[in-house]
Design a protein around this ligand. Structure first.
Ligand SMILES: Nc1ncnc2c1ncn2[C@@H]1O[C@H](COP(=O)(O)OP(=O)(O)OP(=O)(O)O)[C@@H](O)[C@H]1O
Length: 363
């Protein structure tokens, strides 16, 4: 396997202001080091995503039966749901080598031409964050995907000439967290598009049991369930929480991961029963206790928790909204009844028997 992704990733897609969150979905250094060992190697080992697996299985079997290179595949979904893993599985199932790179690493069409022209027949090219490729590279990719050909421009200005270069057939696997950002001509050139969903708790339990087996850990089913419930639907987070619980179990107990040990360990790391961390809870607590559940403007809420607007908006809120704890409305942020219940607080209208929504707080 070749890694071309030497360019540093920019912060655009990362958690702003919270790089070391235990419940962040982007990979940190430790994740990168251990994930290789935990990755499922074939479709049978890949947990969940039943529909994607079934469809992909058909695409790959059919290509194998025809003795052809598999169609280009687009994988969309949040970080940590298994897009890289699936690209490696596609290569393995096709018995093909894989080359891994990313959109931010390809800033010039020449960068892409160099990669494409060195591919072997049937090779899988995994292009992570494909929505962040430069426009000239993107246009070169259109032709490469459709005709297995690129025009390499030699020279500059009026004397520039396009030299056509034939490419061996290859399979592009593009991954994006935002399929909507892809230009339609690029999207249309993928033969198969799969949207990866967040995982159900029972699926995450299976991921945790599998990882515990590979890491040689003793875990009870209730311990796995406790970790799964706090993993925000994301296998990467489940594996990370498992490692922290393992540490706790080794230091504070005899190594066995029970429900109680998992709960105590994640309490130490301030990840609550629903997967909210300190920042998430600070936002929710301010919204409920200081602003009576809202509506309150984002800037006011951010000042109240001592964070940047962007941190509240991009780091804390997406999960709170997904969990149905907070709503973004034209009048400001509003807590839902589930938020009051989660923090064990009583909404003011229930305390006073009043008629509902409180005042509007500043933007
Ligand atoms: N379906 C799954 N079954 C078992 N383990 C999984 C599954 N999906 C992901 N994982 C595990 O989660 C970790 C993260 O997966 P992966 O790197 O493939 O995510 P990703 O979607 O490519 O993330 P990013 O978008 O940040 O690159 C890996 O260690 C992998 O083992």
């Amino acid at each position: 396997m070749n890694w071309d992704d030497t360019a540093p990733h920019t912060a655009e897609d990362a958690d702003p202001g919270a790089p070391d969150r235990l419940v962040g979905a982007d990979a940190d250094g430790e994740d990168t080091a251990v994930e290789a060992a935990l990755r499922p190697k074939d479709l049978g080992e890949f947990v969940g995503q039943e529909r994607v697996r079934e469809q992909l299985d058909l695409v790959l079997r059919a290509a194998r039966a025809r003795g052809a290179t598999a169609d280009h595949v687009l994988l969309s979904g949040a970080p940590g749901l298994g897009k890289t893993t699936l690209s490696m599985i596609i290569a393995a199932e096709m018995g093909a080598p894989i080359r891994i790179t990313s959109g931010p690493a390809i800033q010039h069409a020449g960068d892409l031409a160099a990669i494409l022209s060195s591919l072997q027949e049937g090779e899988v090219l995994f292009l992570d964050e494909i929505h962040r490729m430069s426009r000239p590279a993107e246009e070169m990719l259109y032709m490469a995907m459709e005709d297995f050909r690129v025009d390499v421009i030699v020279g500059k200005g009026p004397g520039a000439t396009a030299i056509p270069l034939e490419l061996p057939p290859f399979t592009l696997v593009g991954a994006t967290t935002r399929a909507g950002l892809l230009p339609p001509p690029l999207r249309d050139r993928f033969g198969f598009t799969a949207h990866m969903e967040f995982y159900a708790p029972a699926e995450l339990e299976r991921v945790i049991h599998r990882s515990a087996g590979l890491l040689d850990l003793d875990i009870e089913p209730e311990g796995a369930a406790e970790i799964a419930g706090r993993s925000r639907g994301t296998p990467r987070i489940a594996n990370r929480l498992l490692r922290r619980v393992r540490d706790y179990a080794q230091v504070k107990a005899d190594g066995l991961i029970t429900r109680e040990i998992a709960s105590q360990a994640l309490g130490v790391y301030e990840v609550d029963a629903r997967g909210l961390d300190r920042l998430d809870r600070a936002v929710l607590t301010a919204l409920l206790k200081l602003f009576g559940g809202g509506p309150v403007g984002l800037s006011t809420l951010a000042v109240a928790v001592g964070e940047e607007r962007e941190t509240v908006e991009e780091v804390a809120e997406p999960f709170l909204v997904r969990e149905g704890l907070l709503a973004r409305t034209p009048r400001g942020r509003v807590a839902t009844p589930a938020a009051w219940a989660h923090l064990g607080l009583v909404p003011p209208q229930q305390q006073t028997g009043g008629s509902g929504q409180q005042g509007l707080f500043g933007a």
